[in-house]
Design a binder for this molecule. Structure first.
Ligand SMILES: *Cc1c(COP(=O)(O)O)cnc(C)c1O
Length: 460
């Protein structure tokens, strides 16, 4: 059992104490009211006990905050984001309406405007959502209203929710083949859009499995010739446009992201936010008419913008907007700023580890990383054996507190490393279980030697 700490060893907890006092002082004009949410002061011991038990339960998790957690797409929120979120939860504003959160709605509008400006948009319609899935749902819902009944297409490596969302929107969905680097195959896309029944193309800038960047420039060229709506799913990758060290192909794609009709980005992926923070942006504010039919278009660009009337969700945590606003205040979304430098460290971490894997004969490196995700298979005589060994390395690494991820990928992704004849008896479309590591914490760069040592031991 612990005592209620005055000073914590955790930075965010200490930041919170001061910020909360500041917030409470804004309301000191009110007559004192008993309790807080029905709390009696003599309940303290019970609350301490329950929280000790709760904290103990939370210990049954992977250590997501630590650089040796290098598996899935998980990044610790910034201390300022955690403190701001917890501070705001004392008031618990609801950004569905101005009455629910006047200040937090204004902060959402400002923070979202900064994200839109990052994509070069001076005008937009947009807001935060519970996450990337809901943000994509809104973008594709609008796309379906613009092009009723027409199909939505996305690459085979696009997030699996696009197919589901299309089903919810009652629109046909088709997958487009990828090249051997996991990017949308532009010839396959052209064949699809030439048919005339495609209403929306979803380009993924940073796929979830590989961090592959679809060739947005070429997709835009196709849009000149065949009409379709272009949605960019940059839930994971959207912030990388701020970096100065992308490879030429990825850079070309990020450089024209502002040409999209809509963009989704997840501040809770690479934007240092706690979960519950996605963002959808539309280039044309006039799509606001789909949300509220009896309002003139001007309503949606007026300063009286009411977030609840341009969002499919009703109640949303105002605390998410407060945390995002505070984080962007500390770390503005500018090229080559401190935030961008953190992303550049992740890019370098991925390239460094990829180079070691690529020069080790025990491994077959996957596609060269475009962002901060790497994949590799285990060299073995058959693809079944390779899959089995990948699982074994995954388990043995975890025993040494190194947490990796597993992903099933087309065998063709490993031909560049393993040669054209690798596992040639496997049929077209065969997949192999391979290892995957998302090196999305800036600290990962300083841990590559240690991570490599543990991969080496786990591989044997
Ligand atoms: C994570 C992700 C999503 C889904 O977002 P959630 O925030 O998990 O709902 C969609 N698309 C891509 C590319 C993603 O990486």
């Amino acid at each position: 059992m612990y005592a209620v700490p005055v000073m914590s060893t955790d930075l965010a907890a200490n930041l919170l104490v001061g910020a909360l006092e500041e917030l409470k002082s804004s309301f000191s004009y009110l007559p004192p009211a008993d309790g807080e949410g029905g709390v009696r002061s003599d309940d303290t011991a019970a609350m301490v006990a329950v929280l000790a038990e709760t904290a103990h339960r939370m210990g049954d998790n992977y250590p997501y905050f630590h650089p040796l957690y290098a598996g899935q797409m998980l990044k610790p929120p910034h201390p300022v984001a955690r403190a701001a979120y917890a501070m705001a939860s004392w008031l618990n504003p609801n950004n569905h309406a101005l009455d629910g959160g006047r200040a937090s709605s204004a902060m959402e509008i400002e923070a979202v405007r900064e994200i839109a400006a990052m994509f070069g948009w001076k005008e937009h319609l947009g807001h935060l959502t519970g996450g990337g899935t809901f943000a994509n749902l809104e973008a594709l819902w609008v796309a379906g209203l613009v092009a009723p009944g027409k199909a939505i297409v996305a690459s085979e490596q696009a997030h699996y929710t696009h197919g589901r969302i299309s089903a919810v929107a009652k629109l046909p969905f088709r997958s487009i083949r990828t090249d051997t680097r996991g990017r949308m195959d532009i010839n396959a896309l052209e064949e699809a859009v030439a048919g005339g029944d495609v209403g929306t193309v979803v380009a993924t800038l940073g796929t979830t499995a590989l961090g592959a960047v679809d060739p947005l420039g070429e997709i835009l060229d196709l849009r000149e010739r065949y009409w379709f709506r272009l949605h960019v799913d940059a839930a994971y990758g959207g912030y990388f446009g701020l970096t100065s060290t992308l490879g030429p192909d990825a850079w070309r794609a990020f450089d024209c992201i502002g040409e999209a009709d809509s963009i989704v980005i997840d501040p809770h992926k690479h934007g240092l936010q706690p979960y519950g923070c996605g963002c959808v942006l539309f280039r044309d504010p006039a799509v606001g008419r789909f949300y509220k039919h009896d309002s003139p278009y001007t309503y949606f660009t007026s300063s009286e913008l009411h977030l609840g009337e341009i969002s499919l969700e009703c109640s949303r945590a105002g605390a998410s907007a407060v945390a995002l606003w505070a984080t962007q205040r500390l770390l503005p979304l500018v090229r080559s700023g401190d935030f961008a430098k953190g992303l550049e460290r992740s890019l370098e971490a991925a390239r460094t580890l990829y180079a070691r894997i690529g020069s080790d004969r025990r491994f077959l490196a996957g596609p060269e990383p475009e962002l901060d995700i790497i994949t590799w298979a285990i060299a073995a005589s058959s693809l079944e054996e390779s899959s089995r060994l990948a699982q074994q390395v995954f388990d043995r690494a975890a025993e040494q507190d190194l947490h990796l991820a597993l992903v099933r990928l087309p065998v063709s992704y490993f031909r560049a490393a393993g040669g054209a004849n690798i596992w040639s008896s496997a049929g077209e479309g065969a997949k192999v279980t391979s290892l995957r590591s998302v090196l999305m914490k800036p600290e990962h760069l300083g841990w590559i030697d240690e991570i490599w040592k543990r991969i080496d031991r786990a591989t044997g």
